[in-house]
Write a protein that binds this ligand. Structure first.
Ligand code: ISL
Length: 544
């Protein structure tokens, strides 16, 4: 296997609105990112995925782009971005942009022009005639529903047509049956690659091609999906992008491929269409009916099994537990009352299993879910829509609707980064766009960087260990048979063999594996006296 930079580097995802606010307007920005590069460097980060920085009216906070060639004024200017590229290069940190090409913003000039059926841009979007019911009421062209509640179509009185939007009405889907759309996507990609970015995280990339606009089979969620999920057309588009843009630039891609199973995921990576795809099975193990609004008890064995399955079956995976769309891992898969050991166990899994680790801002200090009081504190459009839908369609009382929303709201992950214990957590000097988690006085970077026994210092240690022992990044992996709640595996190459034991459970478990050897890392100080069983969330990394 030929190793590339992304096999070894640790990624860090930045949600720019909430990372660091340099100009004190309550919103994070590019200069804020630049100011924190030394912090990221000292953590050991080698690449950044930055959530959308482009111009956007922010109905979905950047995932609704109105100009793909410019930077949102909240975040700065293209000059700031160029400076970020320069400083990141000096620090040897690669930058990966978010590529959102399933849809644009409804404020994108091409969408506005497309309303006119005679415009050359009309066919850049998916316009269709509606239906009429027996009572003469207007109905959408088909029965598909949007990801964020309601029909996937909106009516436009100016042309008496409907347009498709798999997300909010402010995010019209692009029409990939029109080759001109793909040509424009190539231009956008080349523009950012020419500025030096290393590649793209591709937003809902397996939704982009709609094979037909027929009615879908009625489902609780995503009616219509059989017409747009992972269609052959999406593969052809990715092959073309690879051939014409990615390969010539030697660029990296990671696909956000929703709802793909193992076999399906492999089809996106086998011909180099995408470098790798995010698996989501393991981050859904605590969902009931596979829906984030319904929680079920978290069972670590399910997490362990899912990681194993993907690692053993797909050549190379990104390894992650958090992003800007899902609640915090410590609150879900760890134990907030035992934060240090549980967070370091999760960290150890990400940094020693086979694959490319992706950390999400704040994860390295064990940021937790937020004690939101109610819907008034929420900014996430999907949460607000679902809150309303639960009341209107399912007649749930407000309190119950809020309980469901609080289970999954994306805002748990989006509150400002907790830098120190100053007011607003050192993120900004003014009230931030989304409120700060009230635990910022105890959970913050400043506090943790002063202690060698903090979650942050251990992230640092684990990343340094991964760099010092290349086998942890590049070696073969072999899982040993043990209790199903613990990871026990060996990483090996011709020179080295390292045994990793991670108890993912809050209970102790016996282990059969021989634990003799030099302990390279442990998250309990008195590890020597405890061979043959692992305490709650205990980790030992042993050189054999
Ligand atoms: O389909 C889903 C679950 O089965 C959704 O979770 C879907 O994968 C997700 O909403 C896609 O997220 C991405 O695209 C959205 C944006 O709001 C998210 O922030 C982004 O990560 C639309 O661009």
């Amino acid at each position: 296997m030929q190793y590339k930079w992304w096999h070894e580097r640790v990624f860090y995802q930045i949600y720019p609105r909430s990372f660091a606010d340099s100009n004190n307007d309550g919103v994070g920005d590019i200069q804020g990112i630049i100011a924190k590069l030394p912090y990221l460097k000292s953590l050991g980060i080698g690449a950044l995925w930055i959530s959308p920085l482009y111009k956007s009216p922010n109905y979905d906070y950047g995932y609704d782009i109105s100009d793909y060639y410019s930077i949102h004024e909240d975040f700065g200017t293209l000059e700031d971005f160029k400076l970020l590229m320069e400083k990141a290069q000096e620090a040897d940190i690669k930058i990966v942009m978010d590529l959102v090409i399933n849809h644009t913003s409804f404020k994108h000039p091409r969408f506005l022009q497309s309303i006119d059926p005679l415009s050359p841009f009309h066919d850049h979007y998916i316009w269709a005639q509606g239906k009429v019911d027996k009572k003469g009421r207007r109905l959408p062209p088909n029965n598909w529903d949007s990801m964020f509640t309601g029909p996937a179509w909106s009516y436009e009185s100016k042309n008496d047509l409907w347009y498709l939007h798999l997300f909010t009405p402010e995010q019209p889907d692009l029409n990939y049956h029109n080759p001109a759309v793909l040509e424009e996507v190539k231009n956008i990609m080349r523009f950012w690659l020419d500025l030096g970015v290393a590649g793209f995280r591709c937003d809902v990339i397996n939704f982009i091609y709609k094979s037909s606009l027929d009615d879908g089979q009625k489902a609780v969620y995503k009616t219509g999906k059989e017409h747009y999920l992972s269609q052959e057309g999406a593969h052809q588009i990715l092959e073309e992008l690879h051939r014409d843009v990615l390969e010539p630039y030697d660029a990296y891609t990671v696909g956000e491929t929703s709802d793909v199973d193992l076999e399906n995921a492999k089809t996106f990576t086998k011909g180099n269409e995408l470098t790798m795809v995010f698996p989501f099975e393991h981050t859904s193990v605590d969902y009931r009916f596979n829906l984030a609004i319904f929680k079920r008890k978290y069972k670590p064995a399910r997490m362990v099994a899912s990681f194993k399955k993907w690692i053993l079956n797909v050549d190379w995976n990104p390894l992650f537990l958090e992003n800007h769309d899902i609640p915090r891992s410590l609150s879900r898969f760890g134990d907030e009352s035992n934060p240090f050991v549980s967070a370091t166990a999760l960290a150890s899994a990400l940094l020693t299993l086979k694959g490319t680790p992706y950390l999400y801002q704040g994860q390295e200090i064990g940021m937790t879910n937020v004690d939101f009081k109610g819907i008034d504190e929420i900014k996430d459009v999907s949460s607000i829509n679902i809150y309303e839908m639960l009341q209107k369609t399912y007649h749930l009382p407000k309190r119950l609707a809020w309980r469901f929303v609080n289970n999954f709201t994306r805002d748990h992950a989006r509150t400002p980064m907790q830098w120190d214990d100053n007011v607003y957590a050192g993120f900004s000097e003014v009230k931030p766009w989304l409120r700060v988690n009230s635990n910022y006085k105890s959970i913050n970077v400043k506090h943790q960087s002063e202690s060698p026994h903090s979650i942050l210092s251990h992230y640092q240690k684990l990343i340094a260990l991964r760099k010092a022992h290349k086998v942890l990044a590049l070696g073969e992996i072999k899982f040993l048979k043990e209790n199903k709640n613990i990871f026990v595996f060996e990483r090996s190459n011709q020179r080295e063999k390292i045994l990793v034991l991670i108890n993912m459970d809050k209970r102790s478990h016996r282990v059969k594996t021989d634990m003799d050897g030099e302990v390279l890392y442990a998250n309990y100080i008195d590890f020597k006296d405890h061979q043959k069983h692992l305490r709650p969330y205990e980790v030992q990394i042993i050189k054999k």
